[in-house]
Design a protein around this ligand. Structure first.
Ligand SMILES: [Mg+2]
Length: 261
């Protein structure tokens, strides 16, 4: 009978405890679920910055002077951990698909426009060191003067392809011509950008004017005075791609680091 009582007690204990054990197991699993809000909170934090980045790329946010403080780490991660490279690659796939559909005429007047900063040459190292802070003309000039901006391989590939197809490639940059022309051309050369038709930089008469105004004026000159047909235009800023004579197709390269009007 003692055995029976012990057995009965064990059965009772099991019956009593089983729901608790089940609950405990569920709670343990639930612990993972309970951890989700933390995870979700992190994702939500990034999601806010993702929304901001999409807004920037779509040109809905204009005139911003710095990456929002809450998104500095996000932008660094975006630029350095692979997503920027994937996005850039996707853009360049679209450019390549378009390039396949256009041919250069034999008259030598079919042209492409490529921007330089963060299109042909990367300033990521500079902006990352500056925490993606406000534009600092003096510090940027010091950085650019070193002529050490890494080339962006996917854009170099396009540059080579365009020339092989007979297009004239114009490099159009808002950099100051008087102070940065030599280091810029040397930087381009050292990164493999050779044989372009012309490097056009901001002359003193366009100092203080927006990039959009300056670049529109330069494109107008190419088209109206020199007879070029701009078949394509690639830049990291909307101010590269809007205004007058933008070209038959424009392609926006990602850049959540800074805004140029
Ligand atoms: Mg640029």
């Amino acid at each position: 009978m003692a055995f029976s009582r012990a057995t009965a007690a064990a059965v009772v204990a099991l019956v009593v405890l089983l729901p608790h054990l089940v609950v405990a197991v569920v709670l343990d699993v639930g612990g993972g679920v309970a951890a989700r809000p933390c995870h979700s909170a992190s994702v939500d934090g990034d999601a806010g910055c993702l929304s901001w980045r999409v807004m920037v790329e779509a040109n809905n946010a204009r005139g911003w002077r710095t990456v929002p403080a809450a998104c500095v780490a996000y932008v660094r991660g975006y630029m350095t951990r692979g997503q920027y490279g994937r996005d850039l690659s996707s853009v360049m796939d679209q450019v390549a698909a378009y390039v396949d559909t256009v041919e250069a005429d034999g008259d030598g007047l079919d042209a492409w426009i490529l921007d330089i900063d963060d299109t042909c040459l990367s300033n990521l190292l500079y902006y990352e060191a500056k925490q993606f802070g406000a534009y600092d003309p003096s510090a940027f000039k010091t950085w650019a003067s070193k002529g050490a901006c890494p080339g962006i391989p996917a854009v170099l590939e396009l540059f080579v392809t365009l020339q092989a197809k007979g297009f004239k490639v114009f490099l159009l940059s808002g950099r100051d011509e008087e102070t940065l022309a030599t280091c810029t051309s040397e930087n381009l050369e050292s990164e493999g950008f050779l044989g372009y038709e012309r490097l056009i930089m901001r002359s003193p008469e366009y100092r203080g004017q927006s990039s959009s105004v300056f670049k529109s004026a330069m494109r107008k000159r190419l088209v109206e005075e020199e007879g070029y047909r701009i078949r394509g235009n690639v830049g990291d800023q909307w101010s590269d791609l809007q205004g007058d004579y933008v070209g038959d197709r424009v392609f926006k390269i990602p850049n959540p680091m800074y805004y140029v009007p």
